[in-house]
Design a protein around this ligand. Structure first.
Ligand SMILES: [Zn+2]
Length: 267
C-alpha cells in the first residue's frame, strides 16, 4: 500500500497513475477496519445522474441566477421562482440514482457505514435506498407551508399547480420547497446530528465535495480533531487535502462500480 500517499502532493507534482481496482480494494479495507464510518457527500456524487454542479462552467448557476436561491427572491416572486424551479431545479428529484448512490446505500444496509451527511438537495441518496441521510441544505422533493408547516409531496404540489401558478396552502400560507435558501437559517437539527456523527466517527469519508463550502467543510475538520481517519474521494483536489490521511483522486462512478464489483465477488 506504499502507493497510497498520506497527504496531497506538492503543487505541480505529477501524481503516479494508479489502478482503480487497487484503489477500490484499499478503500474497502479502510471501511472494514473502522467500527464507525460516516460519509459526507457533495455535488460530485450526483454528476453521473446528470445533475450539474452549481459552480462548474456548465453548472446550474450558468443557467439560473444565484439570486433565485435567495429567500427574498422567493418571497417577492414566488411565481417566477416556481416557473424556473419547475424547469431547472425541482426536476433534480426526477433523475435516477447512479452507482455511487447505490454503493453508499448498500454499504449502509450491510452495516459498513453509518450516517450519510449530504450537501445535495436532489434526494437521490434516499431514492437509492439509504435511510440515515442528513441533508444539510434540505431537499427539492418535499415542500412545506410557511404558515402552518403542513408538509406537501411533489405530487400534491403538481395538483395545486393545476389551479394556480403559486401553490397556496388551505390555511392561505405560501408553500415553500424544503431547501435552505440563502438568507435562511441552516437547519440546526441536521447540523447538530452531522456534528455528533463526525465526533463519533473512526473513519470519515468525504466524497464528491470540494470541501470549501460552509457548513459541509467543517465536518471533516471536526472528525479529524476528534481522532478520526480522514479519507477524501474526489475527482479533483479539495480544500482539505492537506489534512487528509488518504486521498483517492478518482472518477466516482468508476470507483464505485469497482467497489460494487468487489462486494459482489465476495472480496
Ligand atoms: Zn398552511
Amino acid at each position: 500500500m506504499e502507493q497510497h500517499r498520506k497527504n496531497a502532493l506538492p503543487e505541480g507534482q505529477v501524481r503516479p497513475v494508479r489502478n482503480t481496482t487497487d484503489e477500490a480494494a484499499f478503500f474497502l479495507k479502510l471501511l472494514r477496519n473502522s467500527h464507525k464510518t460516516v460519509v459526507l457527500t457533495g455535488a460530485g456524487v450526483s454528476v453521473a445522474s446528470g445533475i450539474p454542479d452549481f459552480r462548474s462552467p456548465d453548472g446550474l448557476y450558468s443557467k439560473v441566477s444565484p439570486e433565485v436561491f435567495e429567500l427574498d427572491f422567493f418571497l417577492d416572486n414566488p411565481a417566477e421562482y416556481y416557473k424556473i424551479a419547475q424547469e431547472r431545479i425541482h426536476t433534480m428529484a426526477d433523475r435516477k440514482p447512479n452507482p455511487t448512490h447505490f454503493l453508499l446505500s448498500r454499504l449502509q444496509r450491510e452495516g459498513m457505514i453509518g450516517e450519510i451527511i449530504t450537501q445535495n438537495i436532489d434526494g437521490l441518496q434516499q431514492r437509492a435506498g439509504a435511510k440515515d441521510v442528513i441533508e444539510l441544505h434540505g431537499s427539492v422533493s418535499s415542500f412545506s407551508c410557511m404558515k402552518c408547516h403542513r408538509s406537501y409531496s411533489k405530487d400534491e404540489l403538481e395538483k395545486l399547480f393545476e389551479e394556480s401558478e403559486v401553490p397556496w396552502c388551505n390555511c392561505s400560507g405560501l408553500i415553500k420547497p424544503d431547501i435552505v435558501f440563502f438568507g435562511e437559517a441552516l437547519p440546526i437539527e441536521a447540523i447538530n446530528r452531522a456534528e455528533r456523527a463526525a465526533i463519533d466517527s473512526e473513519l470519515f469519508v468525504a466524497m464528491g465535495s470540494s470541501l470549501v463550502v460552509y457548513p459541509a467543510a467543517q465536518f471533516p475538520v471536526i472528525a479529524k480533531s476528534s481522532g478520526a481517519i480522514l479519507a477524501i474521494v474526489n475527482r479533483d483536489s479539495t480544500g482539505l487535502d492537506y489534512m487528509a490521511d488518504h486521498i483517492f483522486n478518482v472518477t466516482l462512478e468508476e470507483f464505485s462500480g469497482e467497489i460494487l464489483a468487489l462486494l459482489d465477488g465476495g472480496t
